[in-house]
Design a protein around this ligand. Sequence first.
Ligand code: FES
Length: 164
Amino acid sequence: MERRTFLTRITGFILGLIGLALSIPLVGYVVSPAFRRQAQDWAEAGGVHELSVGDPKELSYLVTLQDGWMKTTAVKSVWAVRQPDESVTVFSPLCTHLGCGYHWDSDDREFKCPCHNSIFDITGRVLSGPAPRPLDRLPFKVEKERLFVIYKQFKSGTSKQIEL
Ligand code: FES
């Protein structure tokens, strides 16, 4: 092999290695968001003082969701209950049967789903109907009398709680 050919090939090989080394982090930066789970921060859902003891309230709030490369803002709601001992419970607004929205019946003091008539008590326990598990509880924290929630969705129709 001639000296010139050898130098051309070795230069091309070294440049190829440099290009490869530079492209790996770039490809990782571009592709990795697609494999990341939908990320979200704590969202402020309202004031704890708005909740009356034993009287569930539906709280609506804005949440920012990061899904891959897309950042979206959506209105979400949760059901929050202030218990007699001042603790708070936050439920997903979706029925565990097939994901319909349910409501609080203040006369019967039960959560009722209009789709297939599942009924839950104030603790989220199933009283009747096809719902396979209690209402899903959501993570929350209270800071300076404000309620912060992380909205999560779970697979409907299963007895086990499976986060989506
Ligand atoms: S979706 Fe609620 S009972 Fe079917």
